[in-house]
Each structure stands twice: as C-alpha cells, then as structure tokens.
Design a protein around this ligand. Sequence first.
Ligand SMILES: C[S@@+](CC[C@H](N)C(=O)[O-])C[C@H]1O[C@@H](n2cnc3c(N)ncnc32)[C@H](O)[C@@H]1O
Length: 214
Amino acid sequence: MTGIHRPLRDPAVNAVIEKLVAAQQYPAGDPRNGLERDPHEYSDYGFSISPEQGDLIYLLCRGIRATRTVEFATSVGLSTLYAAAAVRDNGGGTVIGAELVPAKVAAARRNLADAGLADYAEIREGDARVTLRDLGGQIDFALIDGWLGAEPSLAREVIELVAPHLRIGGYVLNDNAEPDFLAWIRDPANGFVSVALPLHGGTELCVKAAERER
Ligand SMILES: C[S@@+](CC[C@H](N)C(=O)[O-])C[C@H]1O[C@@H](n2cnc3c(N)ncnc32)[C@H](O)[C@@H]1O
C-alpha cells in the first residue's frame, strides 16, 4: 500500500492492516457462492473488505463523528480496524462486531490488540441474528458484509434487525450486493437512499434519510 494516499495515518493500525492484506488467501472456487456452506470450514480465510472499502469506512465514520458502529461480520477484524480507529479518532466509542467462528473471533481480538484498538471494539461470538439483537442504543454506522447463502440472505435478516437502531444520517455499507438486501434497502418505504459504488465487485453505500413507513 506504499505510495497510495490513505486517510488512516496511525502506523500501528496500518502495520496490522498491511499484514492482513498480505495474508489474504482465497480457496479454490468461491465458497460464498455455494448455498448453505458452513463458515466453520473456512476459518483460515478472511474474505475481508478491500483497503479502498476500509478507507471509505474510516472516512465516513470520521465525517459523521461516529461513536457507535456495528458490523456483520467481523471475520479476522480487518473492517473492524478501520471503524475502531475512526471511533477512537472521534474521541472514543465502540464497534460492535459479530462473528460465528471462534478462531476468527480470537484472531480479530488479537489484531485489534496489536493495533492498540482493543478498547474500541466488542466482538460478539455467535450467530449475528442473535448477538446483534440488543445493540444497547443508537448506531451511527453499520457494515453489512456477510456470508452468501439461501434467501433470505443473512445480510437481509441483519439489516432488518439493525436498521431501526440506526440514526437518521447514519450510513450502511454493504459488500456482496445480495439481491434481497438490495431490494430492501432500495425500497423507499424503508427510509434509505443508496448508491452502487464500483468497489470490490459491488458495494452499496446507503444513508438512512427517514424512519421506515409503517
Ligand atoms: C465476508 S466475511 C467478513 C469480513 C470482514 N468484514 C473483514 O473485513 O475482515 C463474512 C464472515 O461472516 C461470518 N459468518 C457467517 N455466518 C455468520 C452468522 N450467522 N453470524 C455471524 N457471522 C457469520 C463468516 O464466518 C465470515 O467470517
């Protein structure tokens, strides 16, 4: 990543980001395209966001002065690093992360500690559809970066759980462009305005402009 201008300037955080980016590996074929694949069989694979998506998370969270964010899912914590750095740089706060696979939860916690960001994230182990039921208050930003599978997708189930807690003006960033997620977020009755960005094969950037119509 040398030579590219990036918004996040903390050398300790960037060292961990660079390590994770360099370690990214992909299994033969894309397991996320198989319906109902078991995430536990892929504990060695991060399936992480791209650095460009991470820069966007950091920038958006700084711009809206985010102090409480949520992410589905955490994996090894690459996306968590960007959001946690932003809430720290905004004066403090928490990223609530969700991850099913215990080995990934442990890796994410280690990576956050190595980056000096352990105090700015709470990684909840288990099924996000359970662990994210109680968000403890209003949320400024949500990453929906889940596991592809049958419909309804996890992304769709999680956005319906999280959206009521997102503040007006809060952002959602979706990687993977799950069709049923896009159908929900683009339905004006749900209160969001969104745009498809040409990042990482399809990234939907969404802002909550109104509460959901009843
Ligand atoms: C695309 S990866 C997330 C990458 C992460 N945002 C990053 O940038 O490093 C999706 C993750 O979802 C996890 N996962 C799958 N089903 C889940 C569930 N029901 N609840 C929580 N996590 C789940 C997988 O183990 C996998 O690590």
